[in-house]
Design a protein around this ligand. Structure first.
Ligand code: HPA
Length: 273
C-alpha cells in the first residue's frame, strides 16, 4: 500500500465516522490536553481506532482525536502527537497533516512546550512561532514524489502564516494575553540540549527550542495548509536555567499556563472559523 493510499484510508474512515469535518484543527502539546474537555458536542476517537494512525508512546500525550465546537466554533482537536524521539520517522510525526488536508482542513494550529533561549523570555511566556531552524537533515517529505501530495520543491517563507500571526496578535490583545514572537529551533531529543548547544542556537537566531512541531510545519507547507504555531515557554533553556532540566518542571509549568493558553487558542479558533 502506498503512503497516499494510507492517508486516504485514514481520511475516509474519519469521514464515514464523523461526516463533514471542521476546517480548523489544533494539535495540543504537553499539558494542553485539557482543552478537549471544553469541546461542546464532543466526539472522541482514540488514535488506535483510526486505520494506519500512529499511536502515541508518550504518557503526557493522550492519543485522542476529538471533534466538536469550542465556544461555538467547529474544530478538530488532537490531544497527543508523535515525536521522532519515540521512534517514529519524521513522516510518521506528520502523519495527521496529509489526512487533515484530505478532510478539507484549511488552518492548522500547533502548540508545544519549549525552552526559552531569548534572554528576555521568562517561563510562563507564550510565543508565536515566526519561523524555525532545523539542524538535522531529516525531513517528513523525504522520498515523496513530485506531485504525490504537493510539489517536491516548495517555499517555506510563509510556513508560519503571517496573516494568521496577525490574527493571533489581535486575539491576544483582546484577551489580555501577553504574546512574544520568535524563532523555534527543532532539536530531536529526547535528551535536553547541552548549554553549548543552546549558546550555538542563540548565535544562530533561535528564541526557543523544542522537540516537535517542525515536521508538521514542513508537511503543512508541502500540502498547502495554513499554519499557526504557539510555544509555551515552560523553562529557561539549558545553561540559562539555574535548575536541572526535567520533564517534571516542563509539565508543571505547562499545566500552570493552560488557562491562558486555552483562552488564546479558543479565541484564535473562533477568529479563523
Ligand atoms: N528543550 C527542548 N524541548 C523542550 C524544552 C527544552 O528546554 N522545554 C520544553 N520542551
Amino acid at each position: 500500500m502506498t503512503r497516499m493510499e494510507r492517508f486516504a484510508e485514514s481520511a475516509a474512515w474519519l469521514r464515514e465516522r464523523l461526516g463533514d469535518l471542521p476546517r480548523t484543527a489544533v494539535v495540543l502539546g504537553s499539558g494542553l490536553g485539557g482543552l478537549t474537555a471544553q469541546l461542546e458536542d464532543r466526539v472522541e476517537i482514540p488514535y488506535g481506532q483510526i486505520p494506519h494512525f500512529p499511536l502515541t508512546r508518550n504518557e503526557n500525550h493522550k492519543g485522542v482525536l476529538a471533534v466538536g465546537r469550542l465556544e461555538g466554533a467547529p474544530v478538530i482537536l488532537m490531544s497527543g502527537r508523535f515525536h521522532h524521539y519515540e521512534g517514529y520517522s519524521m513522516e510518521e510525526c506528520a502523519y495527521h497533516v496529509p489526512v487533515f488536508k484530505l478532510l478539507g482542513v484549511e488552518t492548522l494550529v500547533v502548540t508545544n512546550a519549549a525552552g526559552g533561549i531569548n534572554p528576555t523570555f521568562q517561563p510562563g511566556d507564550l510565543m508565536l512561532i515566526s519561523d524555525h531552524i532545523k539542524l538535522t537533515s531529516l525531513t517528513p517529505v523525504e522520498g515523496f514524489a513530485d506531485g504525490e501530495l504537493g510539489p517536491r520543491f516548495f517555499d517555506m517563507g510563509d510556513a508560519y502564516c503571517a496573516a494568521l500571526r496577525e490574527t493571533a496578535r489581535q486575539v491576544a490583545a483582546r484577551e489580555g494575553v501577553p504574546l512574544r514572537e520568535g524563532v523555534y529551533a527543532y532539536m530531536a531529543g529526547p535528551q535536553y540540549e547541552t548549554p553549548a548547544e543552546i549558546r550555538a542556537l542563540s548565535v544562530l537566531g533561535a528564541d526557543a527550542v523544542g522537540m516537535s512541531t517542525v515536521p508538521e510545519a514542513i508537511m503543512a507547507a508541502h500540502c498547502g495548509i495554513r499554519l499557526l504555531g504557539i510555544s509555551a515557554i515552560t523553562n529557561l533553556a539549558a545553561g540559562i536555567s539555574p535548575n536541572r532540566l526535567s520533564d517534571e518542571e516542563v509539565r508543571q509549568m505547562a499545566a500552570q499556563m493552560s488557562g491562558r493558553f486555552g483562552a488564546l487558542v479558543r479565541g484564535i479558533v473562533r477568529a479563523v472559523s
